[in-house]
Design a protein around this ligand. Structure first.
Ligand code: ZN
Length: 95
């Protein structure tokens, strides 16, 4: 997963691109955007993961599937999580 940075206010380059420009990233002016995380409980063993990234959730949903499986993605992962994993979404959208 690539790191994302916030555009720096007052930097023309950043404002033009709508994201941090190379220079601001390089010199540390740009702030890192934290990936959104979700609180997940694993029903099979009771484990609780307070800060699971969507990337990891998608990996769990889509791992070890048969041929012809269509990967779930950002748009429909809740459905996939409920139907195909032992994981339960506890809390939504913690930054
Ligand atoms: Zn910049």
């Amino acid at each position: 997963m690539t790191r994302k940075y916030k555009p720096v206010e007052g930097c023309e380059e950043c404002e033009y691109w709508g994201e941090a420009c190379a220079e601001c990233m390089l010199y540390g002016e740009a702030e890192l955007i934290k990936p959104k995380t979700y609180a997940i409980r694993d029903k099979s063993n009771g484990s609780f993961y307070p800060r699971m990234r969507l990337d990891d959730i998608l990996e769990e949903i889509n791992r070890d599937r048969s041929e012809g499986w269509t990967d779930y993605d950002e748009t429909d992962w809740r459905e996939g999580l409920e139907q195909f994993t032992e994981w339960e979404l506890i809390e939504d959208g913690q930054a």
